[in-house]
Design a protein around this ligand. Structure first.
Ligand code: PHE
Length: 330
């Protein structure tokens, strides 16, 4: 019997221990064989043999159980060590999202004007004719309505073609003075290299007492803002026309900001148009029943800014959701 004690003792794993258990305790096992032999032993020895065999049986059972627990514990420990995860290690995989470049640009623009005490307003994307056109000095017969190809719903409702209706909504619901910007999506029936049916604008409006707001104020803040966005650029104001401002101007920046690593997005004139602005037309104040006030307004396209800052040539690529492009803005 002694060899079985040794075998149990030396077993290396739970499986080999199980084989030993079967060899000892199985129907055709060692103990069964020994008990069988007992039958042919002389009668006077039987009692002693039975006693010895039962002692072996009990002891071997104990040893087997103890060894089994020992081996199971060892195997579990080894398994846990092998499968341990070091949570302090850097993971190679990371699929966290990021803000879209247009939204990053929008945030930066809002950040500037918020720091200048402009409140942020939103307005509605579905607008009526009055807020989008009429109150902005764009009467029904006016040819300037053709400047903006509009998506119309029934009953004179439409998708706003610019953020300027937020000027009207803000003035109609608050008393002057006003200092606000309105970032948001706008919609036009247009699609090519530089136009998409949906894009984003940021509107600005400042209203104060009559005689308090001048073109010089407008010029100062826009120059300061454009230098904040583009660094050391030259800024040029060009006379223009918008029905809701008089006088009106379009603002250009010089291409110098992209010297150095080469400028892919620039015009042959060396100037780039970046926004529209002007002194609020008296007809607009009349429409919202404001009296004895003066103000300036401006509007800019956020995608345009994003394209200039990031040197993106085709506006449409900002809307294609191409991961290769977007990953660069993580
Ligand atoms: N609403 C004008 C546009 O969409 C921009 C603008 C806003 C111009 C405010 C002047 C003043 O083109």
């Amino acid at each position: 019997m002694k060899e079985w004690y040794d075998k149990i003792n030396e077993a290396q794993n739970v499986e080999s221990l199980e084989e030993i258990r079967i060899a000892v305790f199985g129907k055709k096992g060692v103990l069964a064989a020994e008990f069988a032999k007992m039958k042919s032993a002389p009668n006077e020895e039987k009692a002693q043999i039975a006693k010895d065999l039962n002692t072996h049986k009990a002891t071997l059972t104990n040893n087997l159980n103890a060894k089994k627990i020992e081996l199971q514990t060892k195997e579990l420990r080894e398994k846990m060590e092998a499968e341990a995860i070091d949570v302090s290690l850097f993971s190679q995989k990371s699929s966290a999202g990021a803000l879209h470049p247009v939204m990053q640009t929008m945030d930066r623009i809002v950040e500037y004007f918020a720091s200048m005490n402009f409140a942020v307003k939103t307005g509605n994307m579905v607008e009526d004719d009055f807020h989008n056109f009429e109150a902005l000095n764009l009467p029904k017969y006016h040819p300037a309505r053709d400047m903006q190809d509009t998506f119309y719903f029934k009953d004179e409702m439409l998708l706003r073609t610019h953020t300027s209706p937020v000027q009207i909504r803000t003035m109609m619901s608050t008393k002057p003075p006003i200092r606000m910007i309105a970032p948001g999506a706008v919609f036009r029936r247009d699609y090519d290299l530089t136009h998409t049916p949906m894009f984003h604008q940021i509107e600005g409006l400042l209203v104060d007492e009559e005689g308090k707001v001048s073109f010089a104020n407008l010029k100062f803040i826009l120059e300061d803002f454009l230098k904040y966005m583009f660094g050391d650029v030259d800024v040029r104001f060009r006379p223009s026309f918008f029905p809701f401002t008089e006088p009106s101007a379009e603002v250009d920046i010089s291409c110098v900001f992209c010297k150095g690593d080469g400028c892919r997005v620039c015009s042959h004139t060396g100037w780039l148009e970046v926004l529209g602005c002007g002194i609020v037309d008296p007809n607009v104040f009349e429409a919202v029943e404001y009296k004895d006030v003066s103000g300036y307004a401006f509007g800019l396209g956020v995608e345009r800014f994003a394209m200039l800052i990031h040197q993106i040539g085709d506006l449409r690529s900002l809307f294609e959701g191409d991961i290769k492009l977007l990953e660069q803005f993580q």
